[in-house]
Design a binder for this molecule. Structure first.
Ligand SMILES: [Zn+2]
Length: 353
């Protein structure tokens, strides 16, 4: 048979991570702006934290720019901001914020075919360095194809200003690569899904680094932000190699997405993922207790009630999570778990009482 395999990978060209790297914005823009102006997508809060500083830095360097304030990453906001930025004639889009602003910027860059610079204000999840964007269409929020940022500017000083809850959630998101990788290997064995050992090795490395350094992840220490952000970037690289979120997103993410829909406004992404990771490791027959200890060390609870999620909702999330992305095969299988099976898995793992 003729050899006809091929892959497509997109990588970030320049990454700046560390104290004060926000000052690199004008340089990075100058190197990558071929024509037009600079559009900065940010939110009300993130404008104060980083958006304004970015605009001022560009101003000082005589680079024309405009701020586009957005809140949630939904279809309506995306369409509005796409039209405005197209009209403005932007040659580069900067996403400055947490999850939703970066997602909107990633998808805008994809739709308008212009480069994206990602400037995260929180290390709360691994989307800041991935080629995927979560956009809410109707009531569903699913990860879609977008662009890999041409540059990532992750200023640890700026990110150390957000509450510790976001940092530990970001760490949990990366640590949970462990269950995602078990699911990927399972899908490879059962479904023949393509598996990339190099992507898996990097995703695993990112998780292990944080597991080993869990005792160093603590509040109000900029170096903790540095530790977590480096592994968020490694996790993003694994997704770039796989050209998919597979290495970092399995059953634990399906459960997290189900919780987001069934119990909105309770746990944040990394916390939901941690709950999913524990039960996923249990279903895979792995050492979920060791993982519970790791999460405890960084201050992440794996009790649903600590987030205000009631037992029934947690059970429902576990039972039905597989429906969210039927093409993504995981240990959760392809049919709903029975109520009793889900309840007992969650009770054994102390997620519910
Ligand atoms: Zn995640």
């Amino acid at each position: 048979m003729e050899f006809d395999k091929f892959r497509f990978m997109q990588f970030t060209r320049e990454v700046y991570v560390g104290h004060g790297v926000i000052n690199k914005v004008p340089d990075v823009v100058n190197k990558n702006l071929m024509k037009g102006n600079v559009a900065i997508i940010t939110g009300h809060n993130t404008y104060k934290i980083a958006g304004k500083e970015i605009a001022d830095l560009l101003e000082d360097a005589s680079i024309e720019n405009s701020i586009f304030i957005c809140e949630s990453a939904d279809e309506e906001n995306l369409n509005r901001v796409n039209a405005e930025i197209k009209e403005y004639g932007a040659g580069i889009v900067i996403g400055a914020g947490g999850g939703s602003k970066i997602d909107l910027a990633k998808k805008t860059a994809y739709n308008l075919n212009i480069p994206l610079i990602s400037i995260p204000t929180t290390p709360s999840h691994d989307g800041i360095a991935s080629p995927r964007a979560s956009i809410k269409r109707g009531k569903w929020s699913v990860s879609e194809e977008a662009v890999m940022p041409i540059s990532i500017i992750a200023d640890t000083y700026i990110m150390s200003k957000v509450p510790y809850r976001y940092l530990k959630a970001g760490a949990a998101d990366v640590i949970s690569n462990e269950s995602a990788l078990l699911d990927w290997k399972l899908a490879n064995r059962i479904k023949g899904e393509e598996f990339s050992s190099s992507a898996a090795a990097i995703a695993e490395y990112a998780s292990k680094e944080l597991v080993e350094r869990a005792h160093l992840i603590m509040p109000e220490v900029e170096e903790s932000v540095w530790l977590v952000t480096k592994q968020i970037l490694a996790s993003g690289t694994s997704m770039a190699i796989a050209a998919s979120s597979r290495p970092a997103s399995g059953s634990e993410h399906l459960i997290a997405h189900a919780l987001e829909m069934l119990a909105p406004g309770t746990a944040i992404h990394g916390e939901q993922v941690a709950l999913g990771c524990i039960v996923s490791l249990f279903l895979h027959g792995k050492d979920w207790k060791a993982m519970e200890n790791v999460f405890r060390k960084i201050g992440i609870s794996t009790r649903a009630s600590d987030y205000g999620i009631n037992d029934h909702i947690m059970i429902e999330a576990l039972r039905t999570a597989h429906r969210i992305r039927p093409e993504r095969f995981t240990i959760l299988g392809e049919v709903d778990l029975s109520f009793h099976a889900a309840e007992s898995a969650l009770k054994i793992t102390n997620i519910i009482e």
